[in-house]
Design a protein around this ligand. Structure first.
Ligand code: 2AM
Length: 216
């Protein structure tokens, strides 16, 4: 019936606690501010502008709306493959409405997205969907895509953040460490080419988050 048809959310995920949300946004703003001043960034400005001469204000380049979260399963109100199966998983039912602590291990910036990489614990991996093998990168460990979208460039959909992160992890798995640019306050900053910048957090940030769902 109609109730059943509308019972699945847009997505399931971990929603960051409001207090930490501001801290994380502050970290990202600081990084954007610093990156914009670096000669190394200016050298590769064309990655962002398409033409080397143009200026870019990184602090106004990315936009974010809605609650900060780490998507576990995109359900699209039931239209996404595996949505119903995911909602019925015992681990999903067990964890629903409960808090966990997410580990943020890096911040990344690309010409498309700004995000934080989330390193999942074994327990948290139980909430990761099984269908990730269907993704374009089956050789990466489960949960590689876990992230928080902190912003998207004009015209870019948030789904892109996870794809950008997968690209970064794939480069790292291939043995690329990126070109080390500088040690920032929070850790080393590296450039991976094609406008990809990664700040590895020397001390991972622990974020309280609530496992729940979003109906939009
Ligand atoms: P995000 O997880 O990178 O932020 C609503 O659109 C939410 O679901 C967003 O948070 C978005 O990206 C995520 N999302 C949208 N489409 C998706 C897809 N095909 N696969 C995984 N996550 C998706």
């Amino acid at each position: 019936g109609p109730l059943e048809e509308t019972s699945l959310p847009l997505f399931f995920g971990w929603f960051l606690s409001p207090t930490f949300k501001d801290k994380l946004k502050g970290m990202a703003e600081d990084l954007l501010k610093t990156l914009g001043t670096l000669d190394a960034f200016k050298k590769h400005l064309a990655d962002f502008t398409g033409e080397a001469e143009k200026e870019v204000n990184l602090e106004q380049y990315f936009h974010q709306t809605g609650p900060l979260h780490c998507t576990t399963k995109f359900c699209d109100f039931g239209k996404a493959e595996g949505a119903k199966e995911y909602a019925e998983k015992p681990s999903v039912k067990e964890w629903y409405g409960r808090m966990t602590e997410l580990t943020l291990s890096a911040l990344f910036i690309t010409p498309r997205t700004l995000g934080a990489r989330v390193t999942l614990s074994q327990e948290q991996l139980e909430l990761w969907p099984d269908d990730t093998k269907a993704e374009s990168t089956p050789d990466l460990p489960a949960g590689s895509r876990a992230h928080v979208t902190l912003g998207c460039a004009e015209g870019v959909e948030p789904v892109q953040t996870g794809l950008d992160l997968l690209e970064i992890i794939q480069l790292q798995q291939q043995g690329q460490e990126g070109e080390k640019v500088q040690d920032l306050e929070l850790g080393p900053l590296a450039y991976y080419g094609k406008g990809i910048w990664v700040l590895s957090l020397s001390e991972p940030s622990l974020v309280p988050a609530l496992f729940s769902s979003y109906y939009g």
